[in-house]
Ligand binder design. Structure first.
Ligand code: GDP
Length: 327
């Protein structure tokens, strides 16, 4: 059920838009796409300039700069190994960041906020494709439940502020993302950047094989981050007003699922590596599938545009141009 109505409203091109997490994968894409669309007044202090875990600093930032719109893309993020290794940091840091930014947004009359959730908020064994109504209907995947719990809390916080204070804060639930400015560190990254790096380095060093974690059978849906950024800007502009104030949640996915084994084959051929792939089943597979149902946002006119192979080619180019990894 779609519990929102569309109203005509456009974000002024000179509006003050605070993109929290502007150096990250998502935040940098949102800034890139906002600039491309002619927005001129984007606020995005670096982590060094504004510590989002410091409530006093966040309050001062809002008081001084009075943002009118907020895209909350700042988060402690990481792949399956990082989530599994640093669970306390993942829950604490994400709760702190989002509590401060959401609460100060409300205190300073921010009319529209976009909160970035994650598809790992859905139950581990959720029926596929996962619909927004499926949130909180089952147990979470244990490797990333601290992160997922923090993100679920953020969604609930947006819903609660909408209900009690009449705000119109939107939560988006992107599927697995990739693109420029991704994290390519093998210990902490997600699978797609990790495999770009592994195949590239194996090619450069003439290694006979590349190890891919897990069995290769889990499936994931991938979305280029520019497509996500376009969806966020569309929602920022949508003028949606919740009728039932708890419905402003949107999955954002490409609809394209691929197994980790197939993904490894695709990246191997794009990188031009000729050795073999070895699966390491001693590493966790994580959740078996994570496909989101994007029909809500599709109905608003957004569809992903970037095909997976094209997106990987562009991301590999970015990786090479930015001198990441050993040559
Ligand atoms: P997830 O989507 O939250 O499970 O996070 P990841 O992107 O880290 O992992 C997705 C899947 O890719 C899991 O089944 C991993 O075991 C698998 N995988 C295979 N090789 C790698 C690798 O080198 N790094 C990561 N992060 N995952 C890998």
């Amino acid at each position: 059920m779609m519990c929102c109505v569309m109203m005509n409203r456009l974000v002024d091109k000179n509006a003050r838009i605070f993109v929290a997490g502007g150096n990250g994968l998502v935040g940098s894409a949102v800034i890139r796409q906002l600039e491309k669309q002619g927005y001129t007044n984007i606020l995005s202090p670096s982590h060094g300039k504004l510590e989002l875990m410091d409530r006093v600093a966040v309050e001062k930032f809002f008081r001084t700069h009075c943002p009118e719109y907020v895209v909350l893309a700042a988060a402690r993020v990481g792949g399956i190994h990082a989530n599994n290794t640093y669970p306390a940091e993942f829950i604490y840091q994400n709760l702190m960041i989002q509590n401060h930014v959401i609460h100060e947004s409300w205190r300073h009359n921010v009319s529209r906020l976009i909160f970035l959730g994650s598809s790992c908020m859905y139950p581990k064994l959720c029926p596929q494709p996962m619909r927004e109504e499926d949130l909180m209907t089952g147990l979470l995947e244990p490797t990333n439940s601290p992160y997922a719990m923090a993100k679920i809390t953020g969604v609930e916080m947006c819903r609660s502020y909408n209900r009690q204070y009449g705000t119109s804060y939107i939560s988006v639930i992107p599927t697995n993302l990739y693109g420029p400015n991704d994290n390519f560190d093998l210990e902490t990254s997600h699978v797609l950047p990790a495999l770009i790096r592994k195949f590239h380095e194996a090619k450069m060093s003439d290694s006979p094989s590349v190890v891919v974690w897990g069995t290769g059978s889990p499936k994931r849906e991938f979305l280029h981050v520019n497509d996500l950024a376009d969806a966020c800007i569309l929602l920022l502009n949508s003028g949606l007003k919740a009728i039932h104030k708890d419905s402003m949640i949107f999955n954002i996915g490409s609809g394209m699922e691929i197994s980790i084994g197939e993904l490894a084959g695709l990246i191997k051929s794009i990188v031009g590596y000729e050795g073999t792939i070895i699966f390491d089943p001693s590493k966790p597979d994580g959740t078996p599938r994570k496909l989101v149902d994007s029909s809500r946002v599709n109905a608003m006119g957004w569809h992903s545009k970037i095909q997976l192979a094209d997106g990987i080619i562009k991301t590999y180019e970015w990786f090479l141009n930015n001198n990441i990894g050993k040559r």
